[in-house]
Design a protein around this ligand. Structure first.
Ligand code: PLP
Length: 407
């Protein structure tokens, strides 16, 4: 008899987006004549841009010729991509990050989910609420929590986001070991100011805590005062890991590429009090469990950093941000409390008191799919997340339908 990892039995229901798909499929089956518009899951709709596709093709062509064929590449990513990332995403913004501190991967879902493997079981973990569910569920699977009661797992410390703090929780008045932060935020679209991030960095250094900073939506920041990377904050090299993704920046959700930044200054400690470089541990894990990302995909990702690539990804993200502006303006004009949509591709709307009831109402009356805020944590109850990832005409049509359905 093969015994199960009991921790999996603690996981709450099915993954949020699976539940949504099931409900939408059932509705579509019962109402085959109705045209559904999806503003739910955060998946891009525009294709890869011209210079990215050309570089992708060049990569494939190189793989087809004996003289340029490549087998296994370096697990951490090719130097050409790591150097381009370090130069453009960090050094150009005054953040002192070197290519050796970049670990290329197939995306940040895996990296944000797997990173917890490096740590002991009995850490005190801070989780924002609402939150991208991957951080919670992977710690549940690893056995770092008790059971869930009323939407919260025993053993985790929840950092509450609400309209009072603009969905940017402040550091707590007590110590924690590991804290997950995500800005621009999924699901709320909120961003942290320099002062708010500085407070987190100072707190983390004071308590020897580690911040796991998910910046998957960094490319959507439009306000020049908002920090794009946590390494723009003094002291962050001593206390923060950053996760980035090409998924939303450049339309790579189906192509798969991202990276994790681990400064060589970061240390964690063993039972004897001996320090170990965090990057060495991640390197050990990474090179044991993966053979990296395909060469053509890394060629495509590197094209994002050429002048044309930069122009193209700005156009892609501008397109979604124009959608976000329409969504934000419409929902505000209908009298709803709205967060996000200015520096992130999600609009977070207070609509009613029960998120799933609002989800059902909107699906049935408007045939629009949104994401129930309660799926991201108890603080999300009463909210819905509307995604800006769709074609303009669909967003406009959906907003017209929402106006009718929600009156
Ligand atoms: N982090 C956040 C906050 C996300 O919302 C997502 C995807 O929706 C990811 C990470 C995962 O991105 P990737 O496609 O790189 O795995």
């Amino acid at each position: 008899m093969i015994k199960i990892n009991e921790n999996y039995l603690k996981l709450q229901a099915s993954y949020l987006f699976t539940t949504i798909s099931r409900k939408v499929e059932a509705y579509a089956k019962d109402n085959p004549d109705k045209k559904i518009i999806r503003l739910g899951i955060g998946d891009v709709t525009l294709p890869l841009s011209k210079s990215v596709v050309e570089a992708f093709h060049r990569g494939v062509d190189e793989m087809s010729r004996a003289e340029t064929f490549k087998g296994y590449g370096p697990e951490q990513g090719y130097a050409f991509l790591r150097e381009a990332i370090a130069a453009h995403d960090f050094q150009a913004r005054g953040a002192q990050i070197g290519a050796h501190e970049i670990f290329v991967s197939d995306g940040s879902k895996g990296d944000t989910g797997n990173f917890q493997e490096l740590f002991a079981q009995d850490l005190k973990i801070g989780i924002p609420d609402p939150v991208y569910p991957v951080y919670v569920d992977t710690n549940v699977m690893a056995g770092r929590t008790g059971v869930s009661a009323e939407g919260r797992y025993e053993g985790l410390t929840y950092l509450e986001g609400n309209s009072g703090n603009g969905f940017v929780p402040a550091p707590p008045a007590f110590p924690l070991d590991l804290v997950y932060l995500c800005f621009p935020n999924n699901p709320t679209g909120a961003v942290a100011t320099k002062a708010q991030l500085k407070a987190w960095v100072d707190w983390a250094r004071q308590h020897k805590a580690l911040i796991l900073f998910d910046a998957a939506y960094a490319a959507f920041i439009r306000d020049p005062q908002i920090p794009v990377s946590i390494y723009e904050i003094e002291g962050a090299r001593e206390c923060a890991v950053e996760f980035r993704s090409f998924s939303k920046t450049a339309g790579f959700t189906g192509t798969r590429c991202g990276f994790t930044v681990i400064p060589d200054t970061l240390q964690i400690w063993d039972q004897e009090g001996q320090g170990h470089r965090l990057m060495d541990l991640w390197n050990r894990r990474h090179s044991t469990k993966t053979n990296g990302v395909s060469y053509p995909v890394q060629m495509a990702a590197a094209a994002v950093y050429t002048p044309e690539g930069q122009k193209e990804v700005k156009e892609l993200t501008d397109y979604y941000m124009a959608n976000a502006k329409l969504i934000r303006e419409k929902m505000s004009s209908l009298g709803f409390e709205v967060t996000g949509g200015e520096n992130g591709p999600y609009v977070w709307v207070k609509a009613g008191t029960d998120s799933w009831a609002t989800f059902d109402q909107i699906l049935e009356k408007a045939q629009v799919v949104v994401t129930p805020g309660s799926g991201f944590g108890t603080c999300g109850q009463g909210y819905i997340r509307i995604s800006a990832f769709n074609h303009r005409e669909k967003v406009i049509e959906a907003l017209g339908r929402l106006e009718t359905a929600l009156q």
